[in-house]
Design a protein around this ligand. Structure first.
Ligand code: AMP
Length: 273
């Protein structure tokens, strides 16, 4: 596996490669990341992974400085699943002096966009830069970050970017907790409680499937159960997955999305009906 540290190094490497699939990441790899890389490798001749903790997508009081970083381990894991080249630019290489920002309105302003002002501008700006640098045929994103998928798809559509967006289902622990680089911040007792988050969302989704006219009631019950179990609920909603707009009409393109805090850790998850 080749490691490229600058745009010039990556472009130089890619000059002799075709059929490029791309997986953007912020590192601290777990099975969720590795699954995206495997899917990419199975469908493309060349698999490019970026490892860049993007400062633009963190708010001033968020965990940019203590976000988990272990480059050597990440390189080993990526090489193990057959990644061809990893683009791991030095801090600042992609962001220093940048004065342009991409704002994806509406779909990017709800939920995570409202809770974390500027977050999706940071995501969209860096993803667009990475698409221009890598010029992949396809790029792979995890449905764990459902709204991020919707924002990226909207940007690709609105700006006519020549890249196909592929999404992959969330990889979980045996107990159902969505894998996340931030799970390592959970203390022992929080680790025991955390799987209840997904279990409660799944119950909510199944009660919506059974009683499609009682969406409001199912969401209220879900919120109550989470609160009773020690989760600090930011939102629980049934949304259309493309627009991220709340809906009361359950269908195959709706999901229950939620963000909660457990102690100091913010957990994000969503489930289909
Ligand atoms: P991150 O490094 O957190 O920015 O994530 C990089 C990519 O991996 C994003 O497309 C995420 O949605 C995806 N991802 C993160 N966690 C999971 C998971 N548990 N299952 C599947 N994909 C995931």
């Amino acid at each position: 596996m080749t490691v490229a540290r600058t745009v010039a190094e990556l472009r130089n490497y890619l000059r002799s490669h075709t059929d490029i699939g791309f997986v953007p990441t912020m590192g601290a790899f777990h099975e969720g990341h590795l699954e995206l890389m495997r899917q990419c490798r199975n469908r493309h001749r060349t698999t490019v992974v970026s490892l860049f903790v993007n400062p633009l997508q963190f708010g001033p009081n968020e965990d940019f400085n203590r976000y988990p970083r272990d480059e050597e381990r990440d390189f080993r894991l990526a090489e193990g699943v057959g990644v061809d080249v990893i683009f791991a630019p030095d801090a600042g290489h992609l962001t220093e002096g940048v004065q342009t920002s991409v704002h994806v309105a509406e779909v990017g302003d709800l939920f995570e966009g409202a809770q974390r002002p500027g977050h999706f501008d940071g995501v969209a700006t860096i993803v667009l830069k990475l698409f221009n640098i890598v010029q992949p045929q396809s790029a792979y994103f995890g449905l764990k970050d459902l709204q991020q998928c919707a924002v990226v798809k909207r940007m690709v559509n609105d700006l006519n970017l020549p890249v196909e967006i592929q999404t992959a289902e969330t990889v979980r622990t045996a107990e159902g907790l969505a894998l996340s680089s931030r799970n390592q911040y959970l203390c022992e007792s929080e680790q025991k409680t955390a799987p209840l988050f997904n279990a409660t969302l799944r119950k909510c989704a199944s009660s919506i499937s059974q009683e499609p006219h009682e969406v409001e009631k199912a969401l209220a019950t879900c919120k109550n159960v989470l609160t009773t179990n020690g989760f600090d609920v930011e939102y629980v909603e049934l949304v259309d997955v493309d627009s991220m707009k709340p809906t009361r009409v359950p269908s195959a393109i709706t999901r229950v999305v939620s963000a909660v805090r457990l102690g100091k850790v913010r957990l994000l998850d969503n489930v289909p009906l």
